[in-house]
Design a protein around this ligand. Structure first.
Ligand code: NAP
Length: 286
């Protein structure tokens, strides 16, 4: 059996959908913190088990019988290493043959502050001696395209990424890669540096929105502290605003650029073009 944590999350749902195409539903365990949100996954035939990253005692039952586990990183920034430990310790006790973890691009040397918890989690998995695969995902294109309605209102893209290029891919691309790894043989010990085939700067992102929306949208580069303050004003909690602003500074130094095309090689098709993800939001043709 293949257990997937965070299965009701945006990536988790796409992973379950991709797994359903590659293996029998009876082989899939969707681990969720709220079973109410997982009724559709149960209806699709997956076993739904409830476990909270904050409750280590939940995880032995959640992973019972699982040969492979996909640990989708928690969304609670700042709490993640401790939370992930609940899963890692239970996976060790369960003697799983593979623990895959959704990490960040080049976690071992990434300049982004957000990589620290991923590095810590990778180190915990290594120290536990569990056969592991690291899925080091670059940014989701949706991180930016979700902001398009606000960008259209403000008439500009604001950020502090400078000329840095972002090799992003759609969540569905990373989900397919995860499903491939979870259903393939001999994945123990692998590290997959996963990023989109294409890349863009935020100026290019603004120009593409302009082109597709028929409205003049510019990119305004501001200092990291100003960008963090703008995110705070927009209602983001301080640690998230700080991490996002720090990430953009990391991007300005090339932290999320990658031209290895490992992701498209793994999923055996080109990654979703970022312009198509813009079009998906604007309802236009890319
Ligand atoms: P998401 O939609 O926020 O999903 C996060 C999942 O984690 C949800 O299923 C959530 O459960 C679950 N979760 C959170 N706290 C939990 C807890 N205490 N116990 C058990 N489950 C818990 O995020 P996503 O878009 O699917 O992304 C998956 C992960 O990738 C994120 O959690 C984050 O670590 C990372 N991420 C990566 C990028 C990128 O660009 N590469 C961007 C954003 C995030 P509920 O469904 O009950 O809420």
């Amino acid at each position: 059996m293949i257990a997937v944590t965070g299965a009701t999350g945006q990536l988790g749902r796409l992973v379950i959908a991709a797994l359903l195409k590659r293996t029998q539903a009876a082989e899939i365990v969707a681990v969720v913190r709220n079973a109410e949100k997982a009724k559709d996954l149960a209806a699709a035939g997956a076993a739904v088990r409830v476990a909270d990253y904050n409750r280590p005692q939940d995880w032995d039952a959640a992973l019972k019988g699982a040969e492979k586990v996909l640990l989708i990183s928690s969304s609670e920034v700042g709490q993640r290493a401790k939370q992930h430990r609940s899963v890692i310790d239970a996976a060790k006790r369960a003697g799983v043959k593979l623990l895959a973890y959704t990490s960040i691009l080049r976690a071992d040397r990434s300049p982004l502050g957000i990589a620290a918890e991923h590095r810590e989690t990778e180190a915990m998995i290594r120290a536990a001696g569990i056969p592991a695969a690291f899925l080091r995902n670059s940014w989701y294109t949706e991180n930016y395209t979700a902001g398009i309605p606000g960008i259209l209102e403000r008439g500009a893209v604001y950020g502090c990424a400078g000329h840095g290029r972002i090799s992003s891919a759609a969540r569905a691309d990373y989900a397919e890669a995860a499903a491939m790894v979870m259903t393939a043989e001999n994945q123990a010990g692998t590290i997959h540096e996963l990023a989109g085939d294409g890349s863009f700067s935020l100026a290019e992102f603004a120009a593409e929105i302009s082109r597709q929306a028929g409205k003049n949208i510019g990119y305004i580069n501001i200092p990291e502290a100003d960008f963090r303050n703008a995110l705070l004003k927009a209602g983001l909690p301080e640690p998230i605003a700080a991490l996002l602003a720090d990430s953009e500074t990391g991007i300005s130094g090339g932290g999320l650029f990658d031209d290895s095309r490992e992701l498209s090689a793994l999923i055996k098709r080109p990654t979703t073009p970022w312009t198509a993800s813009v079009a998906a939001v604007l309802g236009s043709k890319s």
